[in-house]
Design a protein around this ligand. Structure first.
Ligand SMILES: NC(=O)c1ccc[n+]([C@@H]2O[C@H](COP(=O)([O-])OP(=O)(O)OC[C@H]3O[C@@H](n4cnc5c(N)ncnc54)[C@H](O)[C@@H]3O)[C@@H](O)[C@H]2O)c1
Length: 442
């Protein structure tokens, strides 16, 4: 009732406000201007979102674990509950969706939601195949003027990301030549878990499998703590992309934010011996990134699980940085982690006279609260830092590393067409096959 009154008064006053898909009025925390949000996945990572949503309306909850669903329903007694997100997305009063389910459903939920005119916050990784990354991104680009999207790469809110970008762009290391990002997480697994028992009554296992090929139930897939259960399934090809999509989504972001990259033209990768069930623990993937309007073509490399870039000098041990990035320029290196950075000038010309630090007012303005930025974007600004364009090209690139690894040779990529042009086997690895009833672009 209150909401209707507010709508009426907004109409009478003629305020130039943005009307959201359900008729909600834009304007942060405006009375009646709250978002109507549906959550896919309500436990684990989802718990980290509750606080930033406290001023919004949670009108729909979906989880394949009915115990988790019942707990969330106690917190949001007014919300409708679902075990199947496809049904939740038909709820008519939704404005926006937050997706915190398993990786192999992210691109589906995101695309279906955008196709229904809904804003989306999707946890990382945004996609589990090249095709998924492209469809999510293209669907967003089609709707860019009306939908707000954000990918759960919340470390991006640390101001260190901006400072690194400014150093690179302002020439603190001269002309950019190469960049690396790496992560040291290792979760080796022998293969999909063997069949063990029956799914408990509260767990909709078939819906958890969703679009992926069926694998037998094993309680091990659900045995992790809140927010860390993804480490029980994300290394299996049908459920995730291992550290490429996991910490890779956060750590490559340190580099991606500073190099203004599109997709690579060619990719080489090496790593552990190929396993049909499990993504590699160790992987090194090198991407040839085309030049842009401020830098030449560069090599970008992702290292994980023991692979590492060479130390810039013996006294700098990159192995001490669990998740980090390094940039090499014509006159220096930048070495960084998520919150700190180090500039190392090198060579005769490296006197730093060519570099003028920015005045305070010329620094990138802090983005503020990461989830909050998306809420504000849904209410009118439409401005988000890790939207599905930015995060889509990044995950497409990262996943191409796994394609080159499987192809076991250098592959050339036509980003406009989304095709590997010189290796039919690799081209065949750009898509996943889905079970009936789970189309990607639904
Ligand atoms: N941004 C970050 O820093 C961060 C941190 C942790 C996890 N994550 C991401 O969040 C996602 C979830 O991770 P998690 O550890 O919470 O996993 P999880 O296995 O605990 O799943 C989270 C919740 O989603 C539910 N769920 C799973 N599949 C579903 C489906 N198809 N429909 C509805 N509900 C479903 C689960 O039952 C659970 O309640 C992963 O993609 C992970 O990469 C991001």
């Amino acid at each position: 009732m209150q909401r209707r009154k507010f709508l009426q008064s907004a109409v009478t006053t003629g305020a130039g406000l943005l009307i959201l898909p359900t008729g909600t009025i834009a304007g942060t925390n405006a009375p009646g201007g709250k978002l109507n949000i549906g959550m896919v996945g309500v436990w684990g990572r989802a718990l980290a979102h509750y606080d930033s949503l406290k001023n919004e309306n949670i009108v729909a909850l979906c989880d394949i674990n009915e115990n988790h669903l019942a707990d969330a329903a106690k917190k949001y007694p007014g919300a409708k509950t679902y075990v199947d997100w496809r049904k939740m997305l038909d709820q008519k009063d939704l404005d926006a969706v937050i997706c915190c389910s398993a990786d192999h459903t992210h691109a589906h939920v995101a695309t279906w939601a955008m196709n229904r005119g809904l804003h989306v916050y999707c946890e990382k990784p945004l996609a589990n195949s090249i095709e998924e990354a492209r469809v999510v991104r293209e669907t967003y680009l089609k709707n860019k003027g009306k939908l707000a999207t954000q990918t759960g790469m919340q470390r991006h809110a640390d101001e260190n990301f901006d400072r690194i970008r400014e150093l690179v762009r302002d020439g603190a290391i001269g002309e950019l030549k190469a960049a690396w990002a790496w992560g040291n997480r290792k979760i080796p697994r022998p293969g999909y878990l063997p069949a063990e028992g029956q799914p408990p009554a509260h767990l909709q296992y078939d819906l958890w499998i969703g679009p992926s090929p069926m694998h037998p139930y094993n309680p091990g897939y659900f045995s992790g703590g809140p927010g860390a259960n993804c480490l029980q399934w994300n290394m299996y090809w049908d459920f995730g992309s291992g550290q490429v999509g996991d910490m890779g989504s956060h750590t490559m972001d340190l580099a991606w934010n500073a190099i203004d990259a599109d997709r690579p033209t060619s990719i080489t990768a090496t790593g552990d011996e190929f396993h049909p069930d499990v993504t590699p623990v160790m992987l090194e993937a090198t991407f040839e990134m085309p030049k842009n309007d401020w830098r030449p073509a560069i090599q970008l490399t992702w290292c994980q699980g023991g692979a590492m870039p060479k130390n810039p000098r013996d006294y700098v041990d990159l192995g001490k940085i669990g998740h980090g990035a390094m940039f090499k320029g014509s006159t220096g290196f930048i070495v960084c982690d998520f919150t700190t950075r180090l500039v190392m000038p090198y060579g005769k010309g490296a006197d730093m006279t060519y570099y003028k630090p920015r005045a305070k007012e010329q620094l990138h303005a802090p983005m503020g609260h990461f989830q909050g930025q998306w809420v504000d974007a849904c209410k009118g600004s439409l401005k988000t830092t890790c939207n599905f364009d930015y995060a889509g090209t990044m995950i497409e690139t990262m996943l191409l590393g796994l394609v080159a690894y499987r192809a076991k040779k250098k592959i050339s990529y036509d980003a406009a067409a989304g095709r590997v042009t010189d290796c039919p086997e690799a081209d065949g690895l750009l898509k996943r096959k889905y079970r009936d009833g789970w189309p990607l672009n639904g």
